[in-house]
Write a protein that binds this ligand. Structure first.
Ligand code: FBP
Length: 254
């Protein structure tokens, strides 16, 4: 067990992390959903029964559907967000909820997206700086979605850019950094090394064939990452709870 394991509490189990993300309604729009998963109750049930160590949602979902997940899976409240209607050039995700709201909703962690390299980077750093301090004062875990993005970023998923974003998350005080998979085990090892004591988890990405996705999860874990924050590859799956189980076998060795 690492020194700050206790502090990380329920979000980490046996040193590993498996978060179900459902903030795509805002980030991508209802286009990500079908007639089943458009209903947040359906995804809340997957979050509650799938053995996840966290459920990452915006405050509207957290409030309206509290009875559907509360007490069954730890809450990771996203405190900023944006749509993908706005152009990526000026990538910026404004705060949309506060740490106090996260505490009132019973969150164990806050989630915050930072677009490293964006022209809006300075503002995002400032806003996260205040949020990180307050969240830690309340004993909440800080999970940073660290994405290189904006007009100065040529390759969002290159080894060097993903590693840079992970390092920024460490230096800004994140406990856990969520990155996009940079495409190979070697590249991911460099990302993990760059993040130091900040634990690295990978985003799932758009839906892939099951075997291909599970191989990616194996690669992510073999590079030294501690888990995933996954959305579409679980709740878009025909059998989401079985898919969650397959992922758990790899991450927790169940
Ligand atoms: P997925 O596993 O579905 O890719 O979700 C991970 C996630 O980080 C979500 O939390 C977020 O809504 C989305 O991806 C952001 O993706 P993008 O790279 O399009 O901004």
């Amino acid at each position: 067990m690492r020194a700050n394991e206790v502090h990380l509490g329920k979000i980490v189990k046996d040193g590993k992390v498996l978060i179900l993300a459902m903030d795509q309604g805002m980030e991508h729009g209802p286009t990500d959903f079908d007639s089943r998963n458009i209903n947040p109750e359906y995804v809340c049930e997957i979050a509650s029964k799938g053995g996840f160590t966290g459920f990452a949602v915006q405050k509207g979902i957290a409030k309206h559907y509290k009875e559907n997940y509360s007490g069954k899976v730890p809450l990771v409240l996203k405190l900023n967000g944006k749509t993908n209607i706005v152009p990526k050039d000026e990538a910026y995700s404004p705060p949309v909820a506060t740490v106090k709201e996260a505490v009132a909703l019973g969150a164990d962690a806050i989630g915050y997206t930072i677009y490293v390299g964006s022209p809006m980077e300075a503002q995002m750093f400032r806003e996260f700086g205040a949020i990180e301090k307050e969240a830690h004062d309340f004993g909440l875990v800080c999970v940073v979605w660290a994405y290189p993005r904006g007009k100065y970023v040529k390759e969002e998923k290159s080894k060097e850019m993903v590693a840079y974003a992970a390092r920024v998350a460490l230096e800004l005080g994140a406990d856990i950094v969520k990155v996009n998979y940079p495409g190979s085990v070697d590249a991911m090892k460099w990302v993990v090394a760059s993040a130091g004591k900040c634990r690295v988890i990978s985003a799932g990405g758009s839906k892939q064939p099951e075997a291909e996705f599970l191989q990616k999860v194996r690669d992510i874990m073999s590079a030294g990452a501690v888990g995933l924050a996954v959305g579409r590859n679980v709740w878009q799956h025909e059998e989401p709870l079985r898919m969650a189980k397959e992922i758990r076998k790899i991450i927790f060795g169940e």
